[in-house]
Design a protein around this ligand. Structure first.
Ligand SMILES: Cc1cc2nc3c(=O)[nH]c(=O)nc-3n(C[C@H](O)[C@H](O)[C@H](O)COP(=O)(O)OP(=O)(O)OC[C@H]3O[C@@H](n4cnc5c(N)ncnc54)[C@H](O)[C@@H]3O)c2cc1C
Length: 550
């Protein structure tokens, strides 16, 4: 059963009814204002949909009739909520545009196909009519939405896969499943769990993203050290393109066509179905916390454990700034917590301390062995074992944090997220470079003298070669010109990352927000190869214009 979109926010994260417990706590806002160097944080609510005027829908009645003949009249919708919900993804820039009431990117209609054949027919029609098509999974993409410039196309369609959400087959012997691409995370995992399996792909956006979106963006779940990223568990895929169906098959030799689809961000076609590798539901699953004296030690423990024979299933290292920021929301620590903090400081876990979460999962014997070996390694590096408490807290809040970005935006606080990856030898230099670059960019863009941007860093998605770093940059919004402000901060952070040897992205992708750096990342020849593939599969250039390829 597809998710009921009418219960979701069209201009923010998740369920409209969700209430963030810090929203009404003025003591939290006073403290945050002081941290950001602001006298106060005032309410900055988004504009409501009923106040806004959407651009006139351009789909001609002849095109409408032809589309309706393919998918059925009920499957072609153009209400205001439908169009607004499909107007953007969920990057910070997307949210700023939506909240300000800029709906210029709204599609002219939303089409809900129910089979690969229908998708193929829609794309063939769109190609002949020069209508832009934007595949839509859950809409949680974090790198900017397609830009079907209104003058360049006859019309723009969002192609929403949410009604293609069937688990077609689970093969328990091969441990694989054949699944339609529009299935959302919870529906997929529930179906697999009922048969004793898991995909193990739990991105932070799990509740509101889809299998097709994970493949299109080459995503990585929180337990990627154990389950891998999309390219690891994807076995084969059906891609409906404007020129026909590409089925990648299972041939292990030769160039892997599935790797061209994985990470193609909807610019080549629409992923309609995939065969995915399954793992058994774990009997044992625990997440433990370790306090490390500093970032260097935390990263060293991550590296050595991933390069050992018995790596953990999950590793997440929050740096001291991230720890301090999160504690700031917990305004009333208990006496016991205060005592604990004092004791830790006394034992040398001071201002630079970082929190490392390590997860162990699988059959009991192997997972317990991994946990023991990890504890010995962490202890040898002076980390303090905190037990399962921090892991339980993480499990409770792991999918709730994205709501907080909206709460902060409601009080004039911006939250830009920049992520990267690097090999172990380069990783440690990156956070300092990003902090310095953001501090200089912030000076020029913050709303008043004395205001500050905070840079919180988290390392995760580790493997033998390296790990990802995610920077959450928190700053007072400049209400006049907040788009330019965000672009400046993002450009500064991205420039610093690339100069320090990091990649343009680890799992969010390129989208529109990273387009300017794409040639630097792939080189001209790389871009030409990608462009040639695009030209073959989408000669009219109707798929997701303005994304991935300049
Ligand atoms: C708060 C937050 C947390 C996030 N956490 C993570 C994380 O932990 N790990 C991670 O990997 N990502 C994360 N993301 C990014 C995002 O959730 C992923 O990129 C996700 O895979 C997108 O899936 P979706 O179904 O929402 O795709 P959408 O947002 O609908 O689409 C994303 C892109 O893929 C294309 N697309 C979607 N479906 C298809 C399809 N069937 N065929 C072809 N193209 C398609 C779209 O056209 C678009 O270009 C996060 C994003 C946010 C906002």
């Amino acid at each position: 059963m597809a998710q009921d979109r009418s219960k979701l926010r069209w201009n923010g994260w998740g369920f409209a009814a969700h209430k963030d417990d810090i929203a009404g706590r003025e003591e939290v806002w006073r403290r945050l204002a002081a941290e950001l160097g602001m006298p106060a944080l005032l309410a900055t609510p988004p504009r409501p949909l009923d106040e806004l005027k959407l651009p006139a829908a351009r789909l001609s009645s002849a095109d409408r009739a032809m589309l309706a003949a393919i998918v059925g009249a009920d499957q072609l919708r153009n209400g205001d909520f439908e169009r607004a919900f499909h107007a953007q993804g969920r990057s910070y820039l997307d949210l700023l545009r939506l909240r300000s009431g800029d709906l210029s990117s709204a599609p002219d209609a939303v089409v809900y196909p129910r089979s690969t054949e229908e998708v193929l027919a829609v794309l063939a029609l769109a190609a002949t009519r020069h209508i832009a098509v934007m595949p839509f999974g859950g809409g949680s993409g974090a790198v900017g939405w397609a830009n079907a410039m209104r003058s360049d196309y006859e019309a723009a369609l969002a192609l929403d896969l949410s009604e293609m959400d069937r688990v077609i087959e689970i093969d328990p012997v091969a441990a694989t499943a054949t699944v339609e691409a529009g299935i959302a995370g919870p529906a997929l995992e529930n179906a697999l769990k009922a048969k004793g399996h898991t995909l193990g792909h739990f991105p932070q956006s799990f509740e509101f993203s889809t299998l097709g979106g994970w493949i299109a963006q080459s995503g990585a779940g929180q337990a990627s050290p154990r389950y891998g990223r999309a390219g690891d568990w994807l076995l084969s895929v059906k891609l409906a393109t404007p020129v026909g169906l590409l089925e990648t098959g299972h041939l292990p030799a030769g160039p892997q066509l599935k790797d061209i689809v994985c990470g193609s961000e909807g610019v080549l076609g629409v992923v309609t179905e995939a065969v995915i590798r399954l793992r058994p539901q774990p009997f044992f699953s625990e997440v433990h916390g370790f306090l490390c004296r500093d970032l260097h030690t935390g990263l060293e423990i991550m590296r050595l454990s991933m390069q050992s024979d018995c790596p953990p299933a999950l590793l997440q290292l929050a740096d001291s700034e991230a720890l301090r920021f999160c504690r700031g929301f917990d305004m009333a620590p208990t006496l016991l917590q205060k005592l604990g903090n004092t004791l830790r400081r006394w034992r040398g876990y001071g201002e630079a301390s970082c929190l490392l979460l390590a997860g162990f999962e699988g059959d009991t014997q192997t997972a317990v062995a991994a946990r023991r070996r990890f504890a010995v390694l962490a202890g040898r590096h002076g980390a303090l074992a905190l037990g399962r408490g921090p892991g339980e807290d993480w499990r409770r809040t792991r999918f709730r944090l994205p709501y907080r970005r909206d709460t902060l935006l409601d009080r004039g606080v911006g939250v830009e997220i920049v992520e990267t990856s690097a090999g172990w030898s380069r990783l440690e230099a990156i956070p300092a470079a990003v902090r310095q670059a953001v501090a200089s960019a912030a000076e020029e863009t913050l709303p008043r003298e004395g205001a500050r941007a905070l840079v919180l860093c988290q390392a995760a998605h580790a493997d033998v070669n390296g790990a990802s770093l995610t920077f959450t940059i928190v700053f007072p919004r400049r209400l006049e010109g907040d788009i330019a402000q965000a672009q400046k901060i993002k450009a500064a952070a991205t420039g610093a990352i690339l100069a320090a040897g990091g990649t343009l992205s680890h799992h969010h992708g390129i989208g529109r927000d990273h387009l300017a750096w794409m040639e630097r990342e792939t080189g001209k020849t790389g871009l030409d190869v990608l462009g040639a593939i695009k030209k073959n599969l989408d000669p009219e250039g109707i798929m997701n214009p303005g994304k991935l390829l300049p």
